[in-house]
Design a protein around this ligand. Structure first.
Ligand code: KG4
Ligand code: ZN
Length: 351
């Protein structure tokens, strides 16, 4: 069975073709991606209307590219999957509208997929896929959650952010330092030249005794520090700026790693899966790898290029849901999207 996946929840248009196999996990045949980052950079963040319009322009050429790369035609597609939510309403509507129109024209069924389930299952596309059960640290631009995952669809929330997401903390701090949107990758590159011990920034909720996160206070502390530093805080080449970037990254990474390790200890699980855009962060990976090795825990990441939004994770989640018998693919083209959609809502059972 071949599943076409379409992702359009935010600022990346992603299309992919995945094939289920007799034994083992579904395999990625081809994927293509267009990032809108450059277009939004002039505005310092995602402009929803521009995002929707660009998805319209990109989705069909990307689909043709994927089919050509995979050596297939649309007639070989058995199911069309799309991101149903959460995300920007207009952007989601483009992907769902195109998916349903395409499926209707081919006489094939459709599946609406949860974006975070896509991230969560994306490490199954890697050469070293995890095994259930595991703890998942989901760290993206909009979400920061620790989940216990016992199987496809078997998700229990252990903790989450009560305000900003980890990616948001990276992006907002980076903006204060004059780095272009999205600031996460730029801030982490700058941090490599700085000293993380220079500025004492807060580690919110580190000792809260639960697995929740809070990053809003950190952004305020970075703002205060920027004001104290004056122009050097956003001057290219200023050592103070690199030190502030390193100190900010250290605060975010320490909270994420400490809470992830506590979740592993509390659940007694021996596997950790890290997913979402912030999972590409090198320092986070370095520290998690070291801590997990010490604790005898296996840690899995998606392939680096599949950490941020992409169509492969949507096609993969659809394929895994089909294989698990959790969701049928239906020839029902009256789509609706869910801009706000907690992952727990699709859990088949609480663990
Ligand atoms: O998962 P994703 O592509 O989109 C959402 O679903 O939100 O995550 C995007 C987020 C952005 O906040 C971006 O700054 C962050 O992931 N990010 C990073 C890195 N690469 C992407 N943050 C820190 N270090 C990175 N290397
Ligand atoms: Zn995402």
């Amino acid at each position: 069975m071949r599943i076409l996946g379409i992702e359009s929840s935010c600022d990346e248009t992603g299309v992919a073709l995945v094939e289920t196999t007799e034994a083992g996990w579904p395999q990625l045949l081809a994927h293509a991606l267009h990032s809108q980052i450059e277009m939004h950079q002039a505005y310092g963040g995602v402009v929803p209307e521009l995002a929707s319009r660009d998805h319209i322009r990109r989705v069909l050429p990307l689909t043709r590219e994927v089919m050509a790369r995979a050596g297939h035609t649309l007639a070989d597609v058995d199911v069309v999957a799309y991101t149903r939510g959460p995300g920007l309403a207009g952007a989601l509507l483009v992907g769902s509208g195109v998916a349903c129109a395409l499926a209707a024209s081919l006489g094939k069924p459709v599946m609406g997929i949860h974006h975070l389930e896509g991230h969560l299952l994306s490490p199954f596309l890697s050469a070293d896929p995890p095994q259930f059960p595991f703890v998942a640290l989901l760290v993206s631009g909009g979400h920061t959650q620790l989940m216990r995952v016992d199987g496809v669809g078997r998700y229990a929330l252990l903790g989450e952010t009560i305000d900003d997401a980890a990616g948001e903390a990276f992006d907002k701090s980076a903006k204060l330092m004059g780095l272009p949107y999205p600031g996460g990758p730029g801030l982490s590159r700058l941090a490599e030249q700085g000293n993380p011990a220079t500025y004492k920034l807060p580690r919110p909720l580190l000792h809260s005794g639960d697995l929740d996160f809070s990053f809003a206070g950190l952004k305020t502390a970075v703002l205060t520090q920027c004001k104290k530093l004056g122009p050097v805080a956003h001057t290219e080449g200023a050592p103070e700026r690199a030190d502030l970037a390193a100190s900010t990254q250290a605060a975010i990474v320490e909270v994420l790693t400490r809470k992830a390790m506590t979740a592993l200890k509390e659940t007694g699980l021996q596997r950790l899966v890290v997913a979402g855009g912030v999972g590409a962060n090198r320092e986070l990976r370095r520290q998690l790898n070291a801590l997990c090795e010490k604790a005898g825990v296996r840690v899995h990441y998606p392939e680096l290029h599949l950490c941020t939004d992409n169509g492969a994770m949507i096609a993969m989640a659809a394929a895994m849901r089909l294989q698990a018998g959790l969701q049928g693919a239906e020839p029902r083209y009256s789509f609706d999207v869910k801009p706000r959609w907690p992952l727990q809502d699709i859990a088949v059972e609480s663990v």
